[in-house]
Design a protein around this ligand. Structure first.
Ligand code: CA
Length: 246
């Protein structure tokens, strides 16, 4: 039985979510503040498989909670509930480390589908951690370049013997760049094609993601060799840079 932690201060909404999730066979726990959620999730055995996190909370907001969780090394799949699907909020959520988002008011069926999607990821991940053969989502859903490999199914970037966990959003962005290997990709197309954001969004938000991705996959993030800036356009991914690596 999968366990869902709902972080929501609006009692009627929390009750509705609990009712519907329990009807689907989930074990549900509800807390009303970010502080309470952090206490559970950064504790020794959180016993939570997926988190539904509201943004507007008393005390610490959802973005802060999200960021603190990831900083603490807690990578439980988390979906944030943003207000009105504001593009800036969505980006802020991704930047703080969320795996997925849904704008309020949301369709219950869609929320259920998103939760199932996040749990599927988690099952693959835990199966691989326990060395149990798991059914791969796609054959060879990985990309290797040099001594690095992105495992999209496991949400991991492996650099030699180091493993960096990726959020779903980071993985999707990386996949998009890799798919366009060698070609410049605009910030706008990343926002639209990867995250489905068509509104007038501040395209510089993409840059924060690049800073993070470079930290993972560049030997020297200040002198990137794989994730190159294309002035006035955006970025370009190069799998095999010309000069030999130091
Ligand atoms: Ca709220």
């Amino acid at each position: 039985m999968s366990r869902v932690l709902i972080v929501e201060d609006e009692q009627h909404l929390a009750d509705g979510l609990r009712f519907n999730l329990e009807a689907e066979g989930y074990q549900v726990r509800v807390v009303g503040t970010g502080e309470a959620a952090l206490e559970i999730l950064t504790g020794e055995a959180p016993l939570v498989d997926v988190v539904v996190l509201d943004v507007m909370l008393p005390g610490k907001d959802g973005f802060t909670v999200m960021a603190e969780l990831r900083q603490a090394g807690q990578f439980i799949p988390t979906l944030i509930l943003t207000a009105r699907g504001h593009s800036d909020d969505v980006l802020k959520g991704f930047e703080s480390g969320a795996d997925d988002y849904l704008a309020k008011p949301f369709d219950l069926g869609i929320l259920m589908a998103r939760i199932r999607g996040l749990l599927r990821r988690r099952e693959w991940l835990s199966a691989s951690l326990n060395h149990v053969p798991a059914p791969p989502p796609e054959p060879q859903d990985a990309f290797s370049f040099g001594d690095k490999a992105v495992h999209f199914d496991l949400l991991e970037l492996r650099v030699r013997d180091q493993v960096f966990p990726l959020t779903l959003m980071e993985a999707n962005l990386l996949r998009y760049l890799i798919r366009h290997e060698g070609k410049p990709v605009s910030r706008k197309s990343m926002l639209e094609e990867v995250w489905g954001l068509h509104e007038n969004t501040d395209t510089r938000a993409i840059d924060n993601f690049m800073v993070r991705l470079r930290r993972y996959l560049e030997d020297d993030p200040r002198q990137p060799r794989h994730l190159l800036t294309v002035r006035g356009v955006g970025y370009r991914f190069v799998a095999h840079p010309a000069e030999p690596e130091e």
